[in-house]
Ligand binder design. Structure first.
Ligand SMILES: [Zn+2]
Length: 401
């Protein structure tokens, strides 16, 4: 266990770079407040960073009376990470700058059930590493399943056919760069922590709707992962006693009722869409006012509102963020969700705010890269040795002119 002082001395320069990367130009006092260290500690750390050419003092803004705070900024895009999302039929990779800019998004077909799946994944990532220009801090990987810890990376993902596979150790040996893994919903929560609501909010729920229903739980700035990485599986909250079978092996789960596959199944059964049509066809039917389509979204919104009200009472967050591919049809979920969510909340919690984030598939890979880019903020050592390697790389960056 590292003592607070030792970690502070070791962590601050890397954390200052991370703050400037994720927030943009900031004053020394702002940085000190965000990192919860003394202004003198920040001054000491920035002195070294300025000497190495990584950070520069920006020109003062025109004074509006009083002494203007001198802002600090990154001299250049200081470093970047590779974000990876593994799905049942492809691997998406992206390069993400420390400041959250998404560059070079690519997808490659991938069969996770093939006998040589791990070698194939390694080859895809090796190609991404060798094509990477600039300082690479590490690789972050999001998977649709549970991961024992970010730094270890033992993955169980039924939809990929993976059971307790030591993906992290395998990839680290093959790639020789830091590798962090987590459940894909948790990676979205990590991105919110760096670039979204987490800048101003310490405790929030990052709920995803779409193919799966999930929830990243962030409490006091830290993702709550549970004993085995299985926290936040709200898709498997039991909603009814005799419901459809769920992929998890139980029956009547929330996801088995309102996940994308369930909505499509019910839409085909009720004759709203043809067999094989996608979720966009169901949304179009609702746009056209088809009663059965509207009713399906109403039921989904009602069940989601009821389930999330229960989670709110359990966690007591200050904000909800809704995202995932399902939010593209949110206009159809919203009326029933709003009514159900408010009705099931205790009166004192009924004013709880929620926001719906615009969605693109790139969000998954941005989230995965955020595992690496958030490592400097890891005050709990949850990222373990891999997180320490990322921080060491961030501190050892060579200035580039
Ligand atoms: Zn289930």
């Amino acid at each position: 266990m590292t003592s607070g002082n030792a970690r502070g001395g070791d962590l601050v320069p890397a954390a200052v770079l991370a703050v400037l990367g994720s927030r943009g130009p900031s004053s020394r006092s702002e940085i000190a407040r965000l990192l919860q260290v003394s202004p003198a500690t920040v001054t000491q750390a920035t002195k070294g960073l300025i000497a190495r050419g990584l950070v520069a003092e920006l020109e003062d803004e025109p004074s509006r009376g009083g002494r203007p705070a001198r802002l600090l900024g990154l001299v250049r895009e200081a470093a970047s990470a590779i974000g990876v999302k593994v799905t049942a039929d492809h691997v998406a990779t992206v390069k993400v700058g420390l400041e959250g800019s998404v560059q070079a998004y690519a997808t490659t077909p991938f069969d996770p059930t093939a006998p040589d799946a791990l070698d194939r994944l390694t080859a895809i990532l090796k190609a991404a590493v060798s094509a990477h220009e600039g300082d690479l801090l590490g690789i972050g990987i999001g998977v649709p399943g549970s991961v024992d810890s970010q730094g270890s990376g033992v993955v169980s993902a039924p939809t990929l056919g993976w059971s307790e596979l030591p993906i992290g150790a395998y990839l680290r040996d093959a790639l020789e760069v830091p590798v962090l893994l987590d459940n894909d919903v948790n990676t979205l929560a990590a991105a919110e922590r760096l670039y979204g609501v987490g800048r101003n909010t310490a405790s929030y729920l990052a709920v995803t709707i779409g193919r799966g229903i999930g929830c990243g739980i962030v409490v006091d700035g830290t993702i709550h992962r549970g004993v085995g990485g299985g926290a936040g599986e709200i898709g498997h909250i039991p909603m009814v006693d005799d419901g459809p079978a769920c992929v998890c092996g139980a029956v009547g789960c929330l996801e088995a009722l309102i996940g994308e596959a369930a909505l499509l199944r019910d839409a085909v059964t009720s004759g709203v869409i043809a067999d094989g049509a996608g979720i966009a066809a169901l949304a179009e039917a609702a746009d056209a006012g088809t009663d059965a389509a509207v009713a399906l979204f109403d039921r989904a919104g009602t069940l989601l509102g009821r389930a999330i009200a229960g989670v709110v009472h359990t966690i007591d967050p200050s904000l909800l963020v809704l995202q995932g591919e399902g939010v593209t049809a949110w206009r159809h979920w919203q009326p029933a969700f709003d009514a159900s969510f408010r009705r099931h909340l205790m009166p004192a919690r009924r004013s709880l705010r929620y926001q719906v984030n615009p969605w693109s598939e790139e969000q998954w890979t941005l989230g995965a890269a955020s595992l690496v880019l958030a490592a400097p903020f890891d005050s709990t050592d949850a990222t373990g040795h891999q997180g320490r390697l990322v921080r060491a790389r961030l501190q050892d960056l060579e200035p580039v002119r």
